[in-house]
Design a protein around this ligand. Structure first.
Ligand code: C5P
Length: 208
């Protein structure tokens, strides 16, 4: 049987780094489900199609190829913004959740990270982690990443953006971001990624 690890949390909480490290450690397949929303949004933008037509967005979501998700291309800020707008549409979510569920069944195990993995996509997952950090800490981390990669960043703008994304993800009617009842909470505000990984490993090893 496939072993599924579900990781949810708000933007820039460190769940992507954690998910990759866990997948590597256990030899599991990893899917960053945010990339599926981003790929759908990018396809709409590239085709010059509107972001507010649910039927059009649904067709784009159905055509997303999970093997062709390129993080480098999809990381751009305007794509993330568009992704969070189309992510409120139930038909888009339904199409992407179906693809994510198919991925989650891969053997011997999978790690999926996103917003609704433990609550909607894989509620049967034996390990659910909810990774969070204060908005200030998340904005600071994102700011430092941009600066470290040679970019220009304004902390206040990033903080406002983090809060706006949280409001949209937590406030939407369909699959809002929230911890599953049986999720383990990992607050990384004052924790290094190494400490978060060790805490996650202890939880996973106990469930394996
Ligand atoms: O995590 P990332 O920033 O790449 O996700 C982009 C957007 O996709 C999020 O802001 C969120 O609105 C949406 N998303 C979602 N459900 C997921 C993963 C991402 O609604 N499982």
């Amino acid at each position: 049987m496939t072993f599924i690890i579900a990781i949810d949390g708000p933007a820039a909480a460190g769940k992507g780094t954690l998910a990759r490290r866990i997948a590597e450690t256990y030899g599991f397949h990893h899917l960053d489900t945010g990339l599926t929303y981003r790929a759908t949004a990018r396809a709409l933008l590239e085709a010059g199609l509107p972001l507010d037509d649910e039927a059009v967005a649904e067709r784009m979501a159905q055509a997303v190829d999970l093997s062709g998700l390129d993080r480098a291309v999809l990381a751009q800020h305007h794509i993330g913004e568009a992704a969070s707008r189309i992510a409120v549409m139930p038909a888009v979510r339904c199409a992407l959740v179906e693809a994510q569920r198919r991925f989650s069944a891969r053997s011997p195990g999978t790690v999926l990270d996103g917003r609704d993995i433990g609550t909607v996509v894989c509620p049967q997952a034996p390990v659910k982690l909810y990774v969070t950090a204060s908005p200030d800490v998340r904005a600071r981390r994102r700011h430092d990443e941009v600066i470290a990669s040679g970019g220009v960043a304004d902390y206040q703008t990033i903080l406002a953006d983090v809060k706006k994304r949280d409001d949209r993800d937590m406030g939407r009617a369909d699959s809002p971001l929230k911890p599953a009842d049986d999720a383990h909470l990992l607050d990384t505000s004052e924790m290094s990624i190494e400490a978060a990984f060790q805490a996650a490993k202890t939880i996973i090893d106990a469930a394996l």
